[in-house]
Design a protein around this ligand. Structure first.
Ligand code: ATP
Length: 302
C-alpha cells in the first residue's frame, strides 16, 4: 500500500503546552484512518498541521511523498471545525461557488456530490435553515468538491443522532469504495469509527500512544484467555501439545489464547504438571471502548 501521509516527530506548542507532542504516524492510500482521542487530546491541532492551517513548532511531515508538502496540499480536502458556508445560499449554490473558485468546470460533479451526501432533495432551501446533520453533509461535500485524494474530517459525527451517524458512516464508506478517496477522521468515540476505520491512531495529551490496524485491534479486543507463564517458550510448547494453536504472544510476553475459553483451569493444571510457572491467568473480554479507556487510563465519560 502506497504511503500518502507520514508525520515525523510532529510537534505544536502553544507557550509551554504541547498540543501535539512528537507525533510520528503513517497512513496508506485507500485507508480510512481513525484518529481517536478525548477532548483536548490534540486531534484538531494535528489535523490543522497536516492541512497547512498551522505551522509545526518542531518535526515535519510528508504528503503523497512530498516533504515538506506544497503542491500536494491541493490533493487534500478538509472539514475542520465549522464548514465555511454561506447561510443565505442553497447547498447547490454553496458547492458551485467553491467548485468554480477551484477552477472546476464539470457542472455534473457538484450535483453528483449532492446526491452522494444525500442533499439532492434540499432544493433551494437556504443553508442557514439546515439541520446540524444537513450542515455536516454539506461540509463533507465541500471538502470533496475539489476531487481530493485525501479527505480530513474533524469530528464529522459530533452532535449527530444515531441515524445521522450511520448515514455519514455509509457515505464515507461509499466514497472510499467508489472513488478510492482516503480519509483521516478524528473522533472522541472509538465505537463510532470502529465499523469503517482500517487503521487507528490513539492520541492522548498530545502524544500518539499507539497506531494499530483494524485486524490488530480486533485481535486485542477478541475474547481470550490471557496467560503469563515462565518460561514462555515452554508454555507455548505445552499449549501446542494440548492441541491449542489459536494463540499469540505479545511483545510483553503475554500469551493470548483464543480457544478453550472457559477451560483456563485445565490449562493451568497442565502447565503446572509440566513444570511451567503460571504467574497469571485470566479470561478477557474487552470491548473497544474498554480497551481505549484502559489505554488512556481514563473513566467511561470522555
Ligand atoms: P476537542 O475534541 O475538544 O476539539 P482536540 O483533541 O481536538 O479536542 P485540540 O483542539 O487540538 O484538541 O487542543 C489540544 C490542546 O491545545 C488543548 O489543551 C487546547 O486548549 C490547546 N490549544 C489548541 N489550540 C490552541 C491555541 N490556538 N492557543 C492555545 N492553546 C491551544
Amino acid at each position: 500500500m502506497e504511503e500518502i501521509l507520514r508525520t515525523v516527530s510532529l510537534t505544536k506548542r502553544y507557550g509551554r503546552h504541547a498540543a501535539v507532542n512528537n507525533v510520528s504516524l503513517s497512513m496508506g492510500q485507500g485507508e480510512i484512518y481513525g484518529l481517536i482521542g478525548r477532548n483536548g487530546a490534540g486531534k484538531t491541532t494535528l489535523l490543522k498541521l497536516i492541512c497547512g492551517l498551522a505551522r509545526p513548532t518542531a518535526g515535519d511531515f510528508s504528503l503523497f511523498g512530498e516533504r515538506p508538502p506544497r503542491q500536494s496540499l491541493s490533493r487534500v480536502g478538509a472539514l475542520i471545525e465549522a464548514p465555511g458556508i454561506f447561510p443565505a445560499l442553497s447547498a447547490q449554490e454553496n458547492l458551485m461557488l467553491k467548485y468554480t473558485a477551484l477552477g472546476g468546470r464539470d457542472k455534473r460533479w457538484p450535483q453528483k456530490l449532492l446526491d452522494t451526501v444525500g442533499l439532492s432533495n434540499a432544493g433551494s432551501k437556504k443553508v442557514g435553515k439546515f439541520s446540524m446533520g444537513m450542515k455536516q453533509r454539506l461540509g463533507i461535500a465541500l471538502a470533496l468538491v475539489g476531487r481530493p485524494d485525501l479527505v480530513i474530517l474533524d469530528e464529522p459525527i459530533n452532535g449527530l443522532d444515531p441515524q445521522g451517524i450511520a448515514e455519514i458512516r455509509d457515505m464515507i464508506e461509499e466514497l472510499n469504495r467508489t472513488y478510492g478517496v482516503s480519509f483521516l477522521i478524528s473522533s472522541h468515540i472509538l465505537e463510532e469509527l470502529s465499523k469503517i476505520a482500517t487503521s487507528y491512531g490513539f492520541l492522548h495529551q498530545g502524544c500518539l500512544l499507539q497506531q494499530v490496524t483494524r485486524e490488530e485491534l480486533a485481535a486485542k479486543c477478541r475474547e481470550h484467555i490471557e496467560l503469563i507463564a515462565q518460561p514462555t517458550e515452554r508454555a507455548c510448547t505445552v499449549l501446542e501439545e494440548m492441541g491449542i494453536s489459536d494463540y499469540r504472544v505479545t511483545q510483553d510476553g503475554v500469551i493470548q489464547i483464543f480457544e478453550r475459553l472457559g477451560g483456563s483451569g485445565d490449562i493451568a493444571m497442565t502447565l503446572m504438571q509440566q513444570q511451567v510457572r503460571v504467574l497469571s491467568l485470566c479470561e478477557k473480554n474487552e470491548n473497544l471502548e474498554d480497551y481505549y479507556l484502559k489505554l488512556t487510563g481514563g473513566q467511561k465519560h470522555v
